[in-house]
Design a protein around this ligand. Structure first.
Ligand code: 13P
Length: 247
């Protein structure tokens, strides 16, 4: 069985006074060595967090695809790595929407991050219209077709996060059968792209994961962890989700 990964996405939350909470999460996570735990933080907080919790996996939430250059306000993979990050999210729907990131751009970001040795959590997911229109699986597979890197880089790990847009921050989640269907389809796509290696890649579920629904979600086949937004901000909310992944 694949070791589960529970990653928190702090989005645009977190200032220096929140390092105490990061420390509480890192220390609490040590009780669950059978689970990989990570926090993806605002880039400006990464270095401070890495110094506060050495050994704990801290990541970014986005990365620019270029190595360096005239890209005002952007962060390169090397910068993330240099700040002590071990991983990064790419292609979150909030960026695909607000920053109009295309599949091509997401793929380039994933390649840049993997190329420098950062693990990548690549997000995909459908809108409510698409879900209600009955084409969620095709839509997500098309998104992955365009966003997945052509090959896996040496040491760095690629994970996929399936995050239905309508489940993010809403308290709604798909049915067990819908999650199972989507994760199985994603697994198929990973095997098609990467062969046998695609069996090992972790597929996370994200969208309104909480202590109250985590155990049920983690029991679904091909669910290898979670990407958690709101419930990752406080150790008291996040650690029970980590505990559920260790069951
Ligand atoms: P919530 O857990 O707040 O629904 O957010 C999910 C998410 O977008 C994680 O990347």
């Amino acid at each position: 069985m694949v070791k589960k990964l529970v990653a928190g996405n702090w989005k645009m939350h977190g200032v220096s006074s929140d390092v105490a909470e990061i420390r509480a999460i890192a220390e609490g996570s040590r009780q669950y060595p059978s689970v990989d735990v990570a926090l993806c933080l605002p880039s400006i907080l990464i270095h401070r967090a890495v110094e506060a919790v050495p050994g704990f996996a801290i990541g970014g939430q986005d990365v620019h695809h270029a190595e360096k250059g005239a890209h005002t306000g952007c962060t390169s993979a090397q910068m993330l790595e240099d700040s002590g990050a071990r991983l990064t999210i790419v292609g979150h729907s909030e960026r695909r929407d607000a920053q109009r990131e295309s599949d091509d751009e997401v793929r380039a970001k994933a390649e840049a991050a993997l190329g420098i040795g950062l693990d990548v959590i690549l997000c995909c997911g459908e809108s409510l219209d698409v879900r209600e229109g009955g084409t969620a699986v095709e839509t997500v597979l098309t998104q992955l077709e365009g966003s997945l890197p052509p090959a896996l880089a040496g040491g760095a790990e690629l994970a996929i996060a399936y995050e239905p847009i309508w489940a993010i921050g809403t308290g709604k989640i798909p049915s067990i059968a819908e999650i199972a269907e989507m994760h199985a389809a994603i697994r198929g796509k990973l095997q098609e792209r990467f062969g046998a290696a695609g069996i090992q890649l972790r597929i996370l579920y994200g969208g309104s994961v909480k202590a109250s629904n985590a155990a049920e979600i983690f029991r679904i086949e091909n669910v290898d962890g979670a990407l958690v937004g709101g419930a990752s901000l406080k150790a008291a909310d996040f650690l029970p989700i980590v505990a559920a992944a260790g069951l």
